[in-house]
Design a protein around this ligand. Structure first.
Ligand code: BGC
Length: 769
């Protein structure tokens, strides 16, 4: 755990440069706008340890799988979001000294991520090895408004030096992925060009053939006057630059304003990229840096209006929650249904930038409440469009007749994961995808989605479950063998309670939705029946039979559901009795020892009780929570948030707060010692869940929002915004009670502590504590 980020309500601040923490900071101070993003690498040269990272959403490469022992059914490729051309580079040479913070002596250093306005600012003063002292201020952002672009204002002031300085803004596409399986380069050059004050490279990905034109347009001014000195243009393989030599005057600022753009063949024909790029660069440089920055601040202000969480009395909690909300919004804006949310977003390469069940299980509720409903709809459509591939994926594993198994990890719908216990067995992900449809419709009331797209996905998923179970003659029940539940510290188990529960829920939901759609839109329903050759009578009868006769492991004496068959045979030593030196288990123990132990990586039975709490009484939830939490090591970042929500529901406010703390500053304090790989973007949605569903007790019940809040003891108050069916609410939980502000033009009924309250349009009410 680290503790070097300074407390501030709206900023992430690092004061002083510690090279050993630089890779962590590169993750934390990352920038993104949904379409492109980058780690917080330096503009000028840096010869110390760094993980260069620039990413263009949706541009990936299928890297050939590398495994020790091949198994039939393994995917051949792991699709990775590619490290793309570096567009931030500005090389600075003063006299004979290249500016490089790994070599210079630093007198001061500060970086700030301004979350309110969406930019990164770095200031430092440094003395080069030749004794030249400079002060630098660099401001940059990825524009939300012009979302294929970014801009930098780099101000360098030599303090004790007058003489030649060369400044070389460049675009470098000769980049590699750190996690490439065969140390291959993934990009080939297609074209490049330089011109007065700018240039571009156009690169094509091997195999997938995506093309991206990345270009720059820059201007340099000195002492307030724009320089017109001719630049020396440089072109190398996958690289363009313009070298400008000028005479520096001590104390006089030199300002480099650099505009950049990434134009991808995802959005335009490949042969038009160069033209679109030039037009884009012209437009943004005409707009100017200050105007772009002002628009950026306005765009962020608009987002914050709808999704800010305000915590009074705890600055570090405040900073933590805003950081999570900020990063989620930098990663996914919901404009494009071909894009999704990689577990590390644009902040690192781990997990390949691909889509996991994290999106449906954790991120969907966040976007539902904090953004327009089309954002979540696009996340659902992403899966709808990949249904064909999910059916192919199931066929590869031997399933038939339109059964779909969505991949555990994917970019374009093809399975990428290649550990058999996850690829073949962690099938519960299918359930999360169905559950997200349910969640979306419950929240938005958009039943039309079910007829247009949802039902088709639900039937395909239900067909998978119907084929995946088998009848046990011994138990006289349906069973599900050889699975991995959400707890990846168990593999190849029989009858994982969560998976069995998810499966029958999916079967029932598919039947329910089918009967709804049949009544609502009989024509459409019949079209679908024909399209997917649904034999309603036979198939639904089988679904119903499975629902009626599914086996769910349980222990009557303890009154709990069993995570899987035989769980109680394990030696039951609680986590609190494990020596601290043996944690985290995944780093200290052999895999074999982990698999035989009772320790749980992340919520499993409790994940099910979280999703389906309305089906269980509080005492059942409590018994399971009391049993499983003490056996859970929370070695997935997705774990504490679910526990926080359940603890809050059970009235265990102190534990709920404890779990919340573990998620909210997970990256800022580098709890798991892995922030240098990138931030845990998908688990950030879990932090939001901990506040809104945990402390706020928010649920949707009977088409209404319902709140059952409590105020964490350390906080003066907290408040959050919630969008619901076209209305915007602000809920403030304070010492006096709960204040609900209706910021929209319709009266709304909300349920507070179980009682319906009407909040008039543009009005507020207080429910006293
Ligand atoms: C978790 C999975 C999750 C993945 C990506 C793993 O450690 O166990 O549930 O999908 O990380 O976040």
């Amino acid at each position: 755990m680290k503790n070097y980020i300074l407390a501030d309500e709206w900023k992430i601040i690092e004061e002083g440069f510690r090279p050993e923490l630089h890779m962590i900071s590169e993750s934390l101070f990352s920038l993104g706008n949904g379409r492109m993003g980058q780690r917080a690498n330096f503009e000028e040269a840096y010869s110390g340890q760094t993980l260069p990272g620039n990413y263009v959403a949706g541009v990936y490469y299928p890297d050939k799988t590398r495994v020790g022992w091949w198994k039939n059914g393994y995917p051949e490729y792991f699709a990775k979001v590619l490290n793309a051309a570096n567009w931030i580079g500005i090389d600075v040479v003063l006299g004979d000294d290249q500016l490089d913070l790994a070599k210079a002596e630093l007198k001061s250093f500060r970086r700030e991520l301004n979350m309110k306005e969406g930019y990164l600012k770095r200031t430092f003063s440094a003395v080069t090895s030749g004794g030249i002292e400079v002060a630098v201020e660099a401001i940059r952002f990825c524009s939300l408004v012009d979302d294929e672009t970014g801009a930098i204002k780099y101000t360098i002031t030599p303090l004790n030096y007058s003489g030649p300085v060369t400044i070389t803004p460049y675009i470098d596409g000769d980049v590699v992925n750190k996690d490439s399986n065969y140390d291959e380069k993934f990009w080939d050059e297609v074209a490049k060009e330089t011109w007065d004050g700018g240039g571009y490279v156009q690169l094509r990905t091997r195999k997938t053939g995506f093309e991206v034109a990345t270009g720059q347009q820059f201007m340099i001014s000195q002492g307030g006057t724009e320089l017109s000195a001719a630049a020396q243009n440089i072109e190398k393989l996958k690289y363009v630059a313009s070298k400008v030599t000028l005479q520096a005057v001590a104390g006089q600022a030199i300002i480099v304003t650099k505009f950049a753009a990434n134009i991808a063949s995802l959005n335009y024909p490949a042969d038009a990229l160069a033209e679109v790029l030039k037009t884009t660069l012209k437009a943004i440089s005409k707009k100017g840096f200050e105007q772009m920055l002002a628009e950026q601040a306005a765009a962020w202000a608009k987002k914050w209006q709808h999704n800010d969480i305000l915590i009074e009395g705890d600055i570090s909690a405040q900073q933590g929650i805003r950081f999570n909300i900020f990063q989620l919004n930098q990663t996914y804006t919901g404009e494009d249904d071909r894009l999704n949310i990689g577990p590390k977003g644009f902040t690192g390469e781990k997990y390949g930038g691909s889509t996991y069940w994290d999106t449906e299980a954790y991120c969907v509720p966040f976007y539902l409440a904090t953004a327009d409903q089309k954002v979540t709809r696009n996340l659902l459509l992403y899966r709808y469009k990949q249904l064909g591939k999910a059916i192919e994926n199931a066929q590869l594993l031997g399933f038939k007749d339109g059964a779909a198994l969505y991949p555990m990890v994917t970019m374009d719908g093809t399975e990428c994961h290649n550990e058999w216990e996850i690829t073949f067995e962690e099938i519960h992900r299918n359930g999360a995808i169905a559950h997200a449809i349910f969640d979306y419709v419950r929240y938005t009331g958009d039943e039309q989605y079910l007829s247009d797209y949802g039902l088709e996905v639900l039937i395909a998923i239900a067909r998978f479950w119907a084929q995946r179970v088998n009848w046990s003659g011994d138990k006289q029940k349906y069973v599900m063998l050889g699975v991995t539940g959400p707890n990846e510290y168990e593999n190849n188990v029989n009858n994982n309670w969560y998976t069995n529960t998810m499966a029958t829920w999916c079967l029932q939901y598919a039947i329910d939705v089918a009967s709804k759609v049949k009544v609502r839109e009989p024509g459409k329903y019949q079209e679908l029946v024909a399209k997917i050759t649904l034999n309603e009578e036979v198939e639904f009868a089988r679904f119903s039979d499975i629902i009626a006769k599914m086996y769910y492991p349980a222990d009557e004496k303890l009154g709990i559901f069993l995570q899987q068959d035989g769980y109680l045979d394990k030696e039951q030593i609680l986590v609190k009795d494990l020596p601290a030196s043996e944690r985290p288990l995944n780093q200290k123990w052999s895999w074999d020892r982990i698999l035989r132990s009772c320790y749980i990586k992340q919520a499993d039975v409790l994940q099910g009780l979280y999703f389906f709490e309305y089906n269980y009484d509080v005492e059942t939830i409590r018994r399971n929570y009391d049993f499983y939490e003490p056996r859970t090591v929370h070695e997935s970042s997705l774990s504490p948030c679910v526990h926080a929500v359940i603890a809050a529901k059970l009235g265990d406010e102190a534990r709920a707060y404890e779990f919340y703390l573990r998620t909210s500053r997970l990256d800022l304090d580098d709890y798991n010692n892995d922030t240098e790989d990138g931030c845990h973007i998908t688990s950030m949605a879990g932090t939001w869940l901990a506040v809104v569903q945990g402390f706020g007790g928010m649920r949707v019940k009977n088409n209404k929002l319902s709140f059952d809040p409590f105020l964490p003891a350390k906080w003066g108050s907290f408040s959050f915004h919630i969008g619901f069916r076209g209305n915007l609410l602000n809920i403030k939980v304070g010492k006096q009670g709960v204040q609900i502000k209706n910021l929209s033009g319709n009266a709304l009924t909300v349920t507070i502590y179980g009682k319906d309250q009407i909040v008039q349009a543009n009005n507020w009410l207080l429910v006293e504590a």
